[in-house]
Design a protein around this ligand. Structure first.
Ligand code: ZN
Ligand code: ZN
Length: 390
C-alpha cells in the first residue's frame, strides 16, 4: 500500500510499504477512507519531536473494517468506524477511570500511546491506505452511514480535533461560563470554540494571527483577537471594558476560563518571527480572573530536539506560579481521554447538534501529501484543516 513516511525534518514521502497484517487476536485491519493532518504532526515535521525515520505518520483516521482477529468480540468486517488518535486498551485501571490517555497497556512501562507519533509506541499511522488497529473492540468506534457520505468530514473530526476541543473545555471546567478565551484558532482551537458554545459559554474570545482562521472564528460566533495588532491580553481587557463590565466587576476585566490550544510551538507576540514556548502560559496567567480556570490542551513535550530561545531541551519552562497561586486558579492539562468523549460526540453529530467538518478547507489525494504538509506548515492557501482521501 501507499503511506506517508517520515524521513527527516521537512521531508515526508509517499512510499510503497507492506500492507498491515493481523498480529494479535484482538487486532483489526481498517481500510482508510479519510485521514486528517493535525498541528501535532507539525511538531514532528518541523523537527521538534522527530520520529524514527520510516514511521508512517497520521493519527486522525476513519474507514471500513477489512479483517478482525479471532478475539475481537464487538466489531465486524464491513463496519464503518472512526479511530481515536490516542490508543487505549479499554480495560486497564486508567481506562476504567476514563483516563484513556494514560492507558497502562499500550506502551508498557509508560502511559498513553498514539498512532503515528514519535515516542508514543511506534504504532504505524493513518496517512495511509490501511492501518492495523490493536484492541479493536476499544479503538474502533462504529459509525452510521456510508463511506464518503455527507457526514464523512464531521465524523473524521471525532478522531482527534472535536474530542480534543471538548476535552479542552473539560480541562478548563467550562459549563455555562460567562467569559472564555481560547489561544489558537487552528482546528483544535476552532472546535474548542464550538465545544464551549455547546456547553453554554457566554462571550468567547479566540486569539490567532492568521486571517483565514480569524474569519472562521467570527463565522463560528467567537470574537477574533489578532495578536499581530498587539498584546492580546490587553486587547481582550479593552474589549470587555468597552462593552461594559457587569456591575461590581470593574476589577475583573479578564475572563473566567482560558484555554491553550497552541502549546510549546507558540509564537513570540513581540516578534512573531520567533517561537516562545512559554508565551501562552504567561498570557493565560495574566488574563484569567481571580478564581478562574485554565485548560492546557496545546502540546508540551518532555524533550524538544529543536528548542527556541533560552529554553533547554528537557521541556522545562518558566511559569508564573506565584501569580497563579495568588489568583487561586485551577489548572487542567494533558492529552485527550478519547474514551470519555468519542461516542457521546458522535451522537451529537448524528443529532445534527454540531457540524465539526465545517473547519475542513482542503481535500487531497494521499499522493499529494508532501505538498499538503508544506502548505499546512506554512499556513498557506487559507488552509485550516486538510483531509487526505487515499
Ligand atoms: Zn491531531
Ligand atoms: Zn488501558
Amino acid at each position: 500500500m501507499n503511506a506517508v513516511v517520515y524521513r527527516a525534518p521537512y521531508d515526508v514521502r509517499v512510499e510503497s510499504v507492506p500492507n498491515p497484517a493481523l498480529q494479535d487476536g484482538r487486532d483489526a485491519i481498517v481500510r482508510l477512507t479519510s485521514s486528517a493532518l493535525c498541528g501535532s504532526d507539525l511538531h514532528m515535521y518541523r523537527g521538534h519531536v522527530p520520529p524514527d525515520p520510516g514511521l508512517i505518520l497520521g493519527h486522525e483516521g476513519m474507514g471500513v473494517i477489512m479483517a478482525v482477529g479471532d478475539n475481537v468480540r464487538l466489531r465486524k468486517v464491513g463496519e464503518r468506524v472512526v479511530l481515536p488518535a490516542h490508543l487505549y486498551c479499554g480495560v486497564c485501571v486508567k481506562c476504567a477511570q476514563g483516563l484513556s490517555a494514560q492507558c497502562l497497556t499500550m506502551r508498557p512501562g509508560e502511559v498513553g500511546a498514539a498512532f503515528g507519533y514519535a515516542g508514543k509506541g511506534h504504532y504505524p499511522g493513518m496517512h495511509a491506505e490501511m492501518v492495523r488497529v490493536p484492541y479493536a473492540d476499544a479503538n474502533c468506534i462504529p459509525l452510521p452511514g456510508e463511506p464518503m457520505d455527507s457526514a464523512e468530514d464531521d465524523f473524521l473530526m471525532l478522531a482527534d480535533a472535536l474530542v480534543g476541543g471538548w476535552h479542552a473545555a473539560d480541562l478548563a471546567q467550562v459549563w455555562g461560563t460567562p467569559t472564555v478565551a481560547i489561544f489558537g484558532a487552528g482546528p483544535i482551537g476552532l472546535l474548542t470554540l464550538m465545544s464551549v458554545r455547546m456547553r453554554g459559554a457566554g462571550t468567547v474570545f479566540v486569539v490567532d494571527g492568521v486571517d483565514a482562521r480569524l474569519a472562521k472564528v467570527r463565522e463560528l460566533g467567537g470574537i477574533p483577537i489578532d495578536f499581530r495588532a498587539g498584546d492580546p491580553v490587553e486587547a481582550i481587557r479593552a474589549h470587555r471594558r468597552r462593552e461594559g463590565l457587569p456591575p461590581g466587576e470593574s476589577a475583573l476585566p479578564g475572563v473566567d476560563a482560558v484555554i491553550d490550544a497552541v502549546g510549546f510551538e507558540a509564537l513570540n507576540v513581540d516578534n512573531p518571527a520567533q517561537e516562545k514556548p512559554d508565551q501562552i502560559i504567561w498570557d493565560m496567567a495574566r488574563l484569567v480572573n481571580a478564581g478562574g480556570s485554565l485548560g492546557v490542551m496545546g502540546v508540551y513535550v518532555k524533550h524538544d530536539a529543536k528548542p527556541s530561545g533560552s529554553e533547554g531541551t528537557d521541556g522545562s519552562l518558566r511559569v508564573p506560579w506565584g501569580l497563579l497561586f495568588e489568583k487561586g486558579v485551577s489548572i487542567g492539562m494533558g492529552r485527550t481521554n478519547d474514551r470519555q468523549y468519542t461516542r457521546h460526540l458522535r451522537d451529537l453529530v448524528m443529532a445534527g447538534v454540531v457540524r465539526p467538518g465545517t473547519v475542513v478547507t482542503h481535500h487531497m489525494p494521499l499522493s499529494d501529501a508532501p505538498e499538503g504538509y508544506r502548505l499546512f506548515s506554512e499556513r498557506a492557501d487559507q488552509i485550516i484543516k486538510l483531509v487526505f482521501n487515499p
